[in-house]
Design a protein around this ligand. Structure first.
Ligand code: RIB
Length: 335
C-alpha cells in the first residue's frame, strides 16, 4: 500500500510538506504543491484518515446535528456549511434528528465513535439533552441550540430581528399587530417575541395577549396559529410570523377566509428562505446572514479544536429587513 513516505520520496519533499498540502494546514509553494499533487496522482495515494484519527490526529470530518432538513432555512444553512467545510478540506457527517431526542443522543454517540474532529449543533431538541451526553468533543451551538454555559455559540440576533419586523409594520401605519410565535420553549422564538414586545411598547401600541398565538415552525404550525388568531374578537391588520414557513401556512388560512394579502392583512416573516421572493405575494421578511453564520461557526469550531481550553465565545449576527410586497401601507383612519 502506498504510504505518505512514498509520496514524499517521489515528490522530493518531506512527509510534513505532503501532510500540509493534503490537509491545507500551511502555505506550501506553488511548485512544492504541484510536485506533491502529481506524486499523489501517480501513486494513486489515498490518505488513511481513520488510522490517522486513531493515532490522535485529525479525521478531517465534522459532524452536524440538525433538527429539520425539511425547513428550507436549514437546507440552505447546510449548503453553506458544507461549502465552507469543503473549501477547508473537511467532510461533513449530517445527522437529521427530526426533532427526536433519542435519535439526537444516538447520533452524539455515533459521532464520538467515528472520531469526528468536532461538531456543529443546530438542534433545538438537543436543548433537552443532558450535558453529560455531549462528551468532550469540541462543539459549537448554532441557531436555536441549547443555552449551555461553557460552549461556543453563534446565532442571529433574533430579538433585534423581531423588533425590526414589528417596527416595519408600525412604520407602515399598523397598530393592531398580531404575532404567530414559534414554540414558546425555543430560545429563537422567545427572542423574536421579546423584540415584538419592545417595538410595540416603544410605539405605545396596545398588545392584546390573544394576538400572540404560538405554533410549530412549520406550514401546519403557522396555519393552526393563524386560525386561532383570526378567531379572536378584536381584529389585527398586520402579523409578524416567526418564520417564513409559518407565513405560508397562515396565508393559506387567510385565503380560505377570502382575505387578500396585503390589501386585507399585511404579513412579515423571518428567515428569507429561497422561496420567499417567488411566493405570491413576494414576502417581506427578516433575512438571517447564513453565509456568515456558516463561515464563522466553522472558524469557531476549528479554533476550539486547536485550543480546547480557550474561553467560550458567543457571537450574535445582525439580521436584515428585506422589503417585498406582503406589507401594505395603512392610511390613518379619518376621524
Ligand atoms: O427552528 C426553526 C427556525 O429557527 C428557522 O426557521 C429559523 O428561523 C431558525 O432560527
Amino acid at each position: 500500500m502506498t504510504t505518505i513516505r512514498d509520496v514524499a520520496k517521489l515528490a522530493g519533499v518531506s512527509t510534513t510538506t505532503v501532510s500540509h498540502v493534503l490537509n491545507k494546514t500551511r502555505f506550501v509553494s506553488v511548485e512544492g504543491k504541484a510536485k506533491v499533487e502529481s506524486a499523489v496522482v501517480e501513486l494513486n495515494y489515498v490518505p488513511n484518515t481513520v488510522a490517522r484519527s486513531l493515532k490522535g490526529g485529525s479525521s478531517r470530518v465534522l459532524g452536524m446535528l440538525i433538527t429539520d432538513v425539511n425547513n428550507p432555512f436549514y437546507a440552505d444553512l447546510i449548503q453553506w456549511v458544507d461549502q465552507v467545510a469543503y473549501r477547508l478540506g473537511y467532510n461533513l457527517i449530517l445527522c437529521n434528528t427530526q426533532g427526536n431526542i433519542e435519535r439526537a443522543k444516538d447520533y452524539m454517540v455515533m459521532l464520538n465513535q467515528r472520531r469526528v474532529d468536532g461538531m456543529l449543533m443546530v438542534s433545538s431538541d438537543a436543548r433537552q439533552l443532558p450535558v453529560s451526553s455531549y462528551g468532550t468533543m469540541p462543539m459549537v451551538m448554532m441557531d436555536s441550540g441549547p443555552e449551555q454555559a461553557g460552549y461556543d455559540r453563534i446565532l442571529d440576533d433574533s430579538e433585534q430581528g423581531g423588533y425590526m419586523a414589528t417596527r416595519h409594520l408600525l412604520e407602515s401605519g399598523h397598530m393592531n399587530i398580531g404575532m404567530l410565535a414559534g414554540p414558546l420553549d425555543k430560545s429563537n422564538s422567545q427572542h423574536r417575541i421579546a423584540g415584538y414586545h419592545r417595538a410595540m411598547a416603544e410605539a405605545n401600541a396596545e398588545v392584546d395577549e390573544r394576538w400572540v398565538q404560538s405554533g410549530e415552525f412549520t406550514y401546519e404550525g403557522g396555519a393552526e396559529a393563524m386560525s386561532r388568531l383570526l378567531d379572536q374578537p378584536s381584529p389585527v391588520t398586520a402579523i409578524f410570523a416567526c418564520n417564513d414557513l409559518m407565513v405560508m401556512g397562515a396565508i393559506r388560512v387567510a385565503g380560505k377566509l377570502g382575505l387578500i394579502i396585503p390589501q386585507d392583512l399585511s404579513i412579515i416573516g423571518y428567515d428569507d428562505i429561497p422561496g420567499a421572493k417567488y411566493f405570491n405575494p413576494p414576502l417581506t421578511t427578516i433575512s438571517q446572514p447564513l453565509e456568515q453564520l456558516a463561515e464563522q461557526a466553522i472558524a469557531m469550531l476549528l479554533a476550539r479544536i486547536k485550543t480546547p481550553e480557550r474561553e467560550s465565545q458567543r457571537t450574535l449576527l445582525p439580521p436584515r429587513l428585506v422589503i417585498r410586497d406582503s406589507v401594505a401601507v395603512r392610511k390613518p383612519v379619518e376621524e
